[in-house]
Design a protein. Structure first.
Ligand code: TXA
Ligand code: MG
Length: 316
């Protein structure tokens, strides 16, 4: 692959993006959470290209993106519980892990050979238009090299993957800014596999029960289970109330920094800013530098923000 096309999110750009997907090419596209790196989920070749472009460990299965619930029900088996959750939160920043429907036609590379599959119906109008134009299931991890910071703008995708993928559809900045919440509904107990754009509290209220925490560090079941992830070049320190010598401080609420996630202490704004600010702080700090983050409360979107920050700070 030589050049990555930067496509506008208009009819011509979406038609080109759908044609590239149909030819087995990789197209990065905006969702409300982060930019995804899409490929035809039915094609072993396209899915293998996703792993290659990201340099991603193969044991990590991918999320399949669909335009609506009807399309999702052709890939996985929904019970009453799954339909209730889908009705409440789709389209939106929620991924459901469900039993794979026999004969669904999804490449085994997508599910890493599991008998379950992760499905999501995104809300972003550009993602929905692309899924409709393409007319098939699209496997899409976040559009960044494996282990690095997720992209929330087309320029972030270009910075990490240019020359390695066919195209990027530019849909501006992502509104939610952290990946989807992953909810496991493949067993008796609903399991929280990754905190994300839908707060755990909202799912617990709908399901009327607390969520079990799924996965473990030994046996990764969702992305966050890998210790170091979202890693900038600079070292990261958490729970900082002031900068130490040589640190770039990222504030939140009353802690003022060189940059801030949200000066008002607003978690929605902080999530939307998180990955862009992580990149900006990394540039300011430089390769040998250090970044310190102010404390963020562990409620609502704060759980997803803190999860990503802990992984950015993890030993590597
Ligand atoms: O917001 C998002 O979810 C973004 C946008 C592009 O949609 N996508 C995303 O994909 O974050 P990715 O590939 O970075 O994260 C998918 C995670 C995997 O790391 C995997 O652990 C988990 O979903 N997953 C996928 N299939 C699974 C399965 N059958 N069982 C358990 N976990 C699964
Ligand atoms: Mg990712």
């Amino acid at each position: 692959m030589d050049q990555t096309e930067l496509l506008a999110a208009d009819d011509a750009g979406l038609a080109r993006a759908a044609a590239l997907l149909a030819a087995g090419g990789l197209v990065a596209f905006p969702t409300e959470t982060v930019y995804g790196l899409g490929g035809d989920a039915r094609s072993d070749t396209a899915v293998a290209r996703i792993f290659e472009a990201k340099g991603r460990p193969r044991f990590n299965p991918l999320i399949v993106h669909l335009p609506d619930l009807a399309a999702a029900e052709r890939i996985a088996v929904f019970d009453h519980r799954a339909r209730t959750v889908a009705a409440a939160f789709w389209p939106g920043p929620l991924t459901l892990v469900l039993p794979l429907r026999p004969g669904a036609g999804v490449s085994p590379l997508v599910t890493a050979g599991l008998d379950t599959v992760a499905l999501r119906v995104p809300a972003h109008p550009v993602a929905r238009a692309l899924l409709t134009a393409f007319g098939g299931p699209v496997a899409a991890p976040s559009a960044n090299p494996s282990g690095k910071v997720s992209p929330t703008r087309a320029a972030h995708v270009m910075a990490g993957l240019t020359g390695r993928i066919a195209a990027v559809v530019d849909g501006g900045a992502c509104a939610v800014g952290v990946e989807s919440t992953i909810l496991g509904l493949d067993g008796a107990e609903p399991r929280m596999l990754r905190p994300g754009g839908v707060p755990a509290e909202a799912l617990e209220a709908l399901l009327g029960q607390p969520l079990a925490i799924g996965g473990s560090a030994e046996k990764p079941s969702a992305p966050g289970q890998l210790a170091s992830h979202y890693a900038p070049g600079a070292a990261v320190r958490l729970e900082a109330r002031a900068a130490e010598t040589g640190e770039i401080l990222v504030g939140f609420g009353p802690v003022l920094g060189d940059l801030t996630l949200s000066s008002e202490g607003n978690l929605v704004e902080a999530a939307a800013n998180l990955f862009h600010i992580l990149r900006e702080a990394d540039l300011l700090a430089g390769p040998e530098g250090r970044i310190a983050f102010a404390p963020v409360p562990e409620t609502g979107l704060g759980r997803a923000i803190n999860d990503r920050l802990r992984r950015a700070a993890a030993p590597r």
